[in-house]
Design a protein around this ligand. Structure first.
Ligand code: C5P
Length: 237
């Protein structure tokens, strides 16, 4: 079954730890992004790991190959189970990241590497210097990510079918997930949890619809139920 990952996008380390605790019974994965890592640093990752979470460190690395390789090694040492880097960093940057991961001191320090394609907040015509629609651009980058050997890509659920058709072995991790009726906020290429699962997504990342809900645990359970039902339904022809 696809995994649900909660994005702990909260402005306070203790709030994040307490939110994680509320969700621990329902979820195995949590995501630490730019805001929370800036606030909480390595110690926060340690605390989430102590709670038994697998941690997705979403810092979207984009730099010269040497710097990204060193950052991947550092994230592995901190215990990140998965991390992101921009596909736009190109072949040499992504392969330097892979080499750093593949030569980690032990398996626990070897995170899965996911390439960011086109952010789910981009709508048509919004990507600087890119005339192709974001979905087409995402597919092109995903094909490169597969060639370079990344474990997966970050994309909208709307792109998963085409990406999987071209690169069946590539995992798809989808943000921009919104239960029916939920506010899309700054996200543009959204899908419901069921739609993303039906398209073949492997991981669904959900932030605000869970962490801003009156009961985050209930919101997470409702999304999990939707994922379960969609995963159990026979595939549409
Ligand atoms: O609150 P919401 O569900 O929109 O949160 C989505 C999360 O996924 C955010 O933490 C955001 O940084 C992250 N993300 C994204 N689009 C990407 C990559 C990561 O929205 N392409």
């Amino acid at each position: 079954m696809p995994e649900l990952i909660v994005a702990l996008d909260l402005p306070d380390r203790e709030k994040a730890v307490s939110m994680a605790r509320q969700l621990r019974d329902a979820l195995n994965w949590c995501k630490v992004g730019l805001e929370l890592f800036t606030l909480g640093g390595p110690r926060l990752l340690e605390r989430l790991k102590e709670q038994g979470f697998r941690v997705f460190l979403d810092l979207k690395f984009y730099d010269i190959p040497h710097t990204v390789a060193r950052a991947v090694t550092a994230a592995g040492v901190l215990g990140a189970d998965m991390l992101t880097l921009h596909c736009q960093g190109g072949k040499r940057m992504c392969q330097a990241a892979l080499e750093a991961r593949n030569t980690a001191v032990d398996a626990c320090s070897a995170p899965l590497l996911f390439g960011v394609t086109a952010l789910t907040s981009f709508g048509p015509g919004e990507m600087p210097g890119v005339s192709a629609p974001p979905g087409v651009y995402a597919q092109d980058l995903a094909a490169s990510a597969a060639d370079w050997g990344l474990d997966g890509v970050v994309c909208s659920g709307r792109e998963v079918r085409d990406i999987k058709a071209a690169s069946p072995g590539l995992a798809c991790l989808c943000p921009g997930i919104r239960p029916a009726g939920a506010d899309s906020g700054d996200q543009r290429r959204t899908m419901t949890p069921a739609e993303a699962v039906e398209a073949g997504a492997d991981y669904l990342v959900v932030g605000r619809p869970i962490i801003e809900a009156p009961s985050p645990a209930e919101a997470a359970c409702a999304i999990l139920e939707e994922i379960r039902a969609a995963a159990a339904a026979p595939a549409a022809e």
